[in-house]
Design a protein around this ligand. Sequence first.
Ligand SMILES: NC(=O)C1=CN([C@@H]2O[C@H](COP(=O)(O)OP(=O)(O)OC[C@H]3O[C@@H](n4cnc5c(N)ncnc54)[C@H](O)[C@@H]3O)[C@@H](O)[C@H]2O)C=CC1
Length: 223
Amino acid sequence: MRILILVRNFIPGYHQVINGEWNVAGIAHRAYDLEGKTVGTVGAGRIGKLLLQRLKPFNCNLLYHDRLKMDPEMESQTGAKFEEDLDAMLPKCDIIVINTPLTEKTKGMFDKDRISKLKKGVLIVNNARGAIMDTQAVVDGCSSGHIGGYSGDVWYPQPAPRDHPWRYMPNQAMTPHISGTTIDAQLRYAAGVKDMLERYFKGEDFPPQHYIVKEGQLASQYQ
Ligand SMILES: NC(=O)C1=CN([C@@H]2O[C@H](COP(=O)(O)OP(=O)(O)OC[C@H]3O[C@@H](n4cnc5c(N)ncnc54)[C@H](O)[C@@H]3O)[C@@H](O)[C@H]2O)C=CC1
């Protein structure tokens, strides 16, 4: 949703409607097709893989960077190419989507230097964690136009204070932290919590993917 909102320049069109305006050229000069664009995901775990599957019908050139290569079946199903070197992948991307956890390694991953090496006009979607970005570097990139659009629902800190600069930078399509909180998702959380509590009181282990810390050790994807 956020990729489409940015690539089609949706938000200014929505504001024109509210403001009683009608200026098609004012939207179109910054609107593009998603087809044919290079989209790279940083992180291809559960969400990154679902994203690649959903992007497949848009006929993009799909790239992914992760600590781990996906299984060959998923690679051939999505057509996504593995990029071992993050800094080799990023400058190829028209659109970058961040899907890694916040860890000691990903904190501040998108700093001024890294952003300066991205394609001019790059679109960035970050629903992962706000602190993966250097806040001011994103503001500067959006203000200069080096970043063509930034969208996400995660901020640092949260709740975002009224004077958080991402509220006021140009070309942003931000929301509060809403991605995981549909009514359907809340039913899944409730069922998941019930299942884990039942297992806990029976003295059973949880499914391995549900551990964040086990016996004092962070799960590998958070290290
Ligand atoms: N905005 C929201 O409402 C939500 C945000 N999230 C965020 O999205 C993140 C991803 O979620 P999932 O896909 O479920 O997690 P996941 O654990 O399935 O996938 C994370 C992937 O990131 C990779 N990774 C970790 N550190 C890396 C590094 N330094 N370099 C490259 N790759 C690295 C891991 O190998 C793994 O494949 C979560 O950690 C969470 O922060 C998740 C759900 C809702």
